[in-house]
Design a protein around this ligand. Structure first.
Ligand code: AMP
Length: 220
């Protein structure tokens, strides 16, 4: 039995990673660490990092590895990740980031890297309808909107279309996934850390599959 849960969830943009990470972080009582959320809040606050990040994000480009690794390194230094673990959302996205992650988390490393697998045609459809809370980052869709118009069910924040959910940026992010992130599948397999989970179907079905897979590995 591995104590705690030190998890990475990765996959195509729009595979539902964000929502599933929130659910996993509640289930295993570990912090949800999303590089996208950290960057969006830096953009909102207008910090130097945010000013730099905004251009990359709007275009759907990846930020340079050293900036992102610095952010994660700093975040994983905080006490809340040491006791029970964490679930990483949107990091790593490149081979260099994955290698850096192993160094930063050494000697305990990562327990499991889960590829949440959703085909490109399906994520394109999902992304077109995606809406997000500007305050807490909760995701909604046209099929599952907030109860009251554009007001977040969780925190009352504004629910909007993401700046980077334009057709051009979405296609750019999906191309970058194939080029930069898909090679992580073979790498994590080689490191003995890979699990593949089908990300299609209802949110509850996907969460059940993820929890089953994580618990199965934790019991090995
Ligand atoms: P996300 O919310 O995970 O879709 O991230 C939104 C945007 O933030 C991405 O399109 C990138 O511009 C940037 N970003 C987030 N995580 C990373 C990362 N690990 N490496 C490089 N750029 C990132």
């Amino acid at each position: 039995m591995i104590p705690g849960a030190r998890l990475v969830l990765f996959g195509r943009q729009g595979a539902g990673k964000g929502t599933q990470c929130v659910r996993l972080s509640r289930h295993y009582v570990v912090p949800h660490i999303s590089t996208g959320d950290i960057l969006r809040s830096a953009v909102r606050e207008g910090t130097p990092l945010g000013q730099k990040a905004a251009e990359y994000m709007r275009a759907g480009d990846l930020l340079p590895d050293d900036i992102i690794v610095g952010i994660i390194d700093e975040r994983l230094e905080r006490d809340d990740t040491r006791t029970r673990g964490f679930v990483l959302d949107g990091f790593p996205r490149t081979v260099r980031q994955a290698e850096a992650l192993l160094k930063v988390t050494s000697p305990r490393g990562i327990d499991l890297c889960i590829n949440l697998d959703v085909p490109r045609e399906i994520v394109l459809r999902r992304l077109a309808g995606r809406r997000v809370c500007t305050d807490c980052g909760t995701n909604y869709s046209l099929e599952e909107p907030p109860k009251y118009n554009a007001t977040c069910d969780v925190c009352g924040g504004d629910v909007v279309l993401r700046d980077d959910d334009t057709e051009e940026a979405i296609n750019r992010r999906l191309d970058l996934y194939e080029l930069e992130t898909a090679p992580l599948i073979a790498l994590f397999e080689e490191w003995g850390l890979l699990a593949e989970v089908d990300g299609t179907g209802s949110l509850d079905d996907v969460t059940d599959r993820l929890v089953q897979e994580i618990d199965r590995r934790r019991e090995l």
